[in-house]
Structure formats: structure tokens, C-alpha cells
Design a protein around this ligand. Sequence first.
Ligand code: DX5
Ligand code: ZN
Length: 214
Amino acid sequence: MLIAPSILSADFGNLACDVKAICEAGCDLVHVDVMDGHFVPNLTIGPVVVSAVAKAATKPLDIHLMVENNTFFVDLFAPLNPEYISFHIEEEKHPHRLVQYIRSLGIKPAITLNPHTPPEAIEFLLADVDMVLLMSVNPGFGGQKFIGSVLERAKRLKALIEKHNPACLIEVDGGVNDKNIEELKEADVDIVVAGSYVFGNEKGYKHAIDSLKI
Ligand code: DX5
Ligand code: ZN
């Protein structure tokens, strides 16, 4: 299991220190939640702050766009050279075109699905993406309760991935902790995003990350 701590739950007053600390603690990716106050009822960070995150990080960035105007935001963040940029299928009229565009910028394209969106909605995009991000909470906030139906969605997605693009990874985001990590592993999930569980862990970041690496 690869671990991508979400910096949404980091201490923004000491962001560079927190980013360095999770990288030293053994995370695999640094998950960056970009919210525009329109697609979701919250507003987070733009390229100025994320460039400081990129400087502090010794692991690749995983940028999760929760925005209305995807192409505008792809253009803002592409110069920071993230490993992945994911966008929500619910907010994109031309997802096939946007996937090709992200790849043309040298970035791995990924598609995100809200908790109600069936994996079949993206069956004919799977051949062209490197990762699918399944939301296990409604996007917008950290610290929400895990929605268990993501397990069935992951299994259905895995069957479609086997058919169309076995190299495509499955990432799950929201409410992940040491209680549900086993079932996520059984559902063939490759990467988990964890915000409040990692940054709020009383035993420290390394303990939290190690407890998810099963
Ligand atoms: C929610 C974000 C998540 C969030 C996860 O919209 O996409 O990445 O930060 O936080 P936890 O792990 O606390 O649910
Ligand atoms: Zn996220």
C-alpha cells in the first residue's frame, strides 16, 4: 500500500516543516487538495503556496483538483511538476480531451469519482489514465467519516481496470485510518490518502504511516 498524506490537515503555520516531516516519515506521495469554493464549499491553496510545498517535499506531489474550471487549474499547477493531477469527472464536459492534455504536459493524468459516481462512468477513459481516485467522503473537508460503499466500488473498478489497463492504480481518499486499511487492501486499493489520521496521530507521523503500510 502506498501512502499519500493529505496536507489539508497539516499545520499551515508550519507547512514546510510538516511536509518535510511526512516525507522523512516514509510517505510515498504528498497529497495536495485544491478547492475553489465553487465545486466544493471550501477554499484552500493556490500555486504560490503549493510551490513552497514542492520545494519542501522530497516525495512527488499528487494534486487533487476540486474545482470548476479544470483546465485553468491544470495550467496553474503543471509548472510545479507534480507526479499526478486528478480532476473530478462530475465537473468535466470533455474528460478525454483533458486527460490527453495533462499527459502532453508530462504529468500522469488521474480521474476522481465522488461517492455516488459508479466506476462504469469512466470505463472508456481507463485506457488513458494512470490512476483513478475514489472518494470515500464527500469532497471539501478533512476529518469526515469513511463511506464504506467505496469498497464495492473499488472491486468493480478493479475488474474494469483488468480489462482495459492493468497498470492503472486505484487511490482512495477520505476517512482512511488503521481500522479500515485492511478492507481497503482486500479491495485491491493501491494508494490511500490520509489527512487527519496522519497529522492528528498522537504517536507521530511515522507510526501513522507505518500502520497503513500493509
Ligand atoms: C477531502 C480531501 C481529502 C481530505 C482527507 O475533500 O480530498 O484529501 O483531506 O482527509 P481525511 O483523511 O481527514 O478524511
Ligand atoms: Zn484529496
